[in-house]
Design a protein around this ligand. Structure first.
Ligand code: BTN
Length: 147
């Protein structure tokens, strides 16, 4: 009889523990950032590769903004819940390319992508190379309608 209590304790732990697994931060879905830009990331394949689209809210150019493709890669961290990643946006409406790198975090129960980026613009002359790259940060949160 004395044995019953520890047995029940172990049994209830075994039943409850799987449900307590750490929540994963998942890249797939719709995201918006602090500038008001929106992006959609498709499924992440077995190698960690993914594709998607990016609609920037701002541009360095005077061109009309258009939806642009992105391609990226997530670190192979199936065991880990907050993966690092990087992606490239090849802008459809300008000669520029932006590379983003960051980490997908669970912060106060919500997914957040903390990123840094380099935006490379085309310049006509090699002497202008020094001013062709901008750097910045963006924070993305999942669009409410997702998941
Ligand atoms: C361009 O102006 O040539 C292309 C658009 C660049 C938009 C930049 S990329 C980094 C930053 N984050 C955004 O969401 N938009 C700007």
């Amino acid at each position: 009889m004395v044995q019953t209590t520890p047995f029940l304790l172990v049994l209830s732990l075994a039943l409850v523990a799987p449900g307590l697994s750490v929540r994963k931060c998942v890249l797939t879905g719709h995201w918006t950032n602090d500038l008001g830009s929106n992006m959609t990331i498709g499924p992440v394949n077995g190698k960690g590769d993914f594709a998607g689209s990016y609609h920037t809210a701002v541009t360095y150019t005077t061109n009309k903004i258009q939806l642009s493709p992105l391609q990226g890669s997530q670190h192979r961290t199936n065991q880990k819940s907050q993966p690092t990643f990087g992606f490239t946006v090849n802008w459809s409406f300008s000669d520029s390319v932006t590379v983003f790198t960051g980490q997908c975090f669970i912060d106060k129960g919500k997914e957040v992508l903390k990123t840094m980026w380099l935006l490379r613009s085309r310049v006509d002359n090699i002497n202008d190379d020094w001013k062709a790259t901008m750097v910045g940060m963006n924070v993305f949160t999942r669009l409410h309608s997702d998941k």
